[in-house]
Write a protein that binds this ligand. Sequence first.
Ligand SMILES: [Zn+2]
Length: 120
Amino acid sequence: MLNTVYYWCILKYGVKGTPPSFHVDDEFFYITKSEKGRFLHEENKIVIKRDTITESIKTLIHEWQHYLQPKDQFETLYNLGYTKETHPFEVVAELIAERDWQECFHWTTLSTNKQTKKGT
Ligand SMILES: [Zn+2]
């Protein structure tokens, strides 16, 4: 299911060079328990915590936006005093996640059902 969400993100938002790798962090190796997810610029890796499908979709879409956003500007704006709540890149990522998660949910549900039918 989450792999399908990942492919939906590629189709919907596109890639910037190499597609990011994707990892569910059950051990909280990359993220803290209070975080939903994180995009690791250096490793080009999206990490999310295990959650409901709805939350997972929202988080993956959110982190995908960070993957597409320019890294240097991300840091510059944080250095100017923006916080996690006010940083324009965070606000945009959250708006896109809220706008698109249902579309992604329907698409992945349809795709997953088709695959199941093929298998029976
Ligand atoms: Zn974010």
